[in-house]
Design a protein around this ligand. Structure first.
Ligand code: ADP
Length: 397
């Protein structure tokens, strides 16, 4: 059996999975886990394998130590590179800029090009590159493949990708809508035609990828025509800790009047906003519980969350003209029946009718939650970004 090691290297964490790229979405990865709190005084590594989960507390000075430990721990459970046939390493890279759309086989020149993209994603790409450099040192004999979060949206129509600012400034600073979560949106787009029993070119759909990060896409015939994240993953829907769309004038107002510098405003909008900023928790389970217990802040936060979802949904329905399906995915989309029902409430005149019982019934795989006669089919489809990355990386093996 051949496997792909999928690495998602963040600023203080490394998530990893060993995936069979030929197996379906229902597979359990051979092994998976996460190294957390890299660079801090105390950290941990968690490894899941064959139904067991072990967590060890230890400090990691940097990504090299983190990934070395990952490989040692995989060796210890019989899943190391010498024990299983690893045919490729797939690296999640957040920003491909205008340089990269499709996945690319990583060599030294690609690493240099990735470094040039750091200004576009200063919070994400440096950690992605660290992961790539270290993994190439540790596993030099297998192909390493970069899969870009922006990739699926590389060919957004110009009208959707262009920001209405001075053209020469946009050009010089590579300012455009890139979109993110592309691996997930593309994966879902690959499932919808099958769920509808229609050829991909005939399917128009909207995907709501709502987890801690959240983004929507409008897809026509398999090609995205719009998406809610922008030049950065800060735009669009209300998220766990990110604001999503706000009036850009708010930033100047804060810089001028709130004794905040650029980094403080960046931190505010990325880490202290969204659901957490409005009501103290970015976990929707806690927010619902607080609202049910009478918290007005939690209820208002939910109302803002739903209002923004419906704004973007409405925009994409008009952009697409005809919508065959709406798909919910990621942590909130897959699990939160209340958010799904509220997001699509009272849309009967647009052909959208949720079946309450189907919506309330939990399930593992892809499932229909609209009524049989709803003109627009509504689905919950679990996303699987690691499998999608593994499949793309395996193509280079
Ligand atoms: P990330 O963007 O970090 O990948 P996920 O897609 O894993 O996030 O989503 C995590 C979020 O999903 C949690 O913060 C929580 O708000 C939400 N979530 C998870 N399970 C449930 C549930 N049963 N009900 C409501 N929300 C849930």
């Amino acid at each position: 059996m051949s496997y792909v090691l999928v690495i998602n290297s963040g600023s203080s964490s490394i998530k990893f999975q060993i995936v069979d790229p030929t197996a379906g979405a229902e597979q359990d990865p051979l092994a998976s886990g996460v190294v957390e709190q890299i660079g801090e005084a105390s950290g941990s590594i968690t490894v899941k394998h064959a139904g067991d989960k072990t967590k060890k507390e230890m400090a990691f000075a940097n990504h090299t130590e983190g990934l070395t430990t990952v490989i040692e721990e995989l060796d210890a459970i019989g899943c190391g590179p010498a024990q299983v046939e690893l045919i490729a390493v797939g690296h999640r890279v957040v920003h491909g800029g205008t340089t990269f759309g499709e996945p690319v086989l990583i060599d030294d020149a690609v690493v240099e090009d990735l470094k040039k993209l750091i200004p576009l994603a200063p919070l994400h790409n440096p950690a992605n590159i660290d992961g790539i450099v270290v993994a190439r040192q540790q596993l030099p004999d297998i192909p390493h493949v970069a899969v870009f979060d922006t990739g699926f949206f590389a060919e957004l129509p110009a009208a959707a990708a262009t920001y209405p600012i001075a053209a020469e400034v946009a050009e010089e600073h590579q300012i455009r809508r890139y979109g993110f979560h592309g691996t997930s949106h593309e994966y879902i787009a690959s499932q919808v035609p099958e769920l509808l029993g229609k050829p991909a070119e005939d399917v128009n759909h909207i995907t709501l990828h709502i987890g801690n990060g959240a983004s929507a896409s409008a897809v026509r015939g398999g090609h995205p025509i719009d998406t809610s994240m922008g030049m950065t993953p800060l735009a669009g829907l209300v998220m766990g800790t990110r604001s999503g769309d706000i009036d850009p004038g708010i930033i100047f107002h804060l810089l001028r009047t709130a004794d905040m510098d650029v980094d403080a405003v960046d931190n505010l909008l990325n880490k202290r906003s969204g659901m957490k900023g409005m009501c103290g928790s970015n976990d929707l389970r806690e927010v619902h519980a607080a609202a049910d217990a009478g918290s007005e802040e939690a209820q208002l936060a939910l109302d803002v969350y739903i209002t923004q979802l419906r704004r973007i949904l409405g925009a994409y329905m008009i952009e697409l003209g005809r919508v065959d399906a709406i798909v919910f995915t990621a942590g909130v989309g897959e699990n939160d029946a209340v958010v799904r029902a509220d997001a699509l409430k009272n849309l009967e005149m647009y052909g959208i009718v949720i079946d309450e019982e189907r919506n309330a019934t939990r399930g593992d795989g892809a499932r229909l939650i609209s009524t049989d006669d709803s003109a627009v089919k509504v689905f919950v489809v679990p996303t699987n970004e690691e499998l999608a990355i593994a499949r793309k990386a395996a193509a280079f093996a």
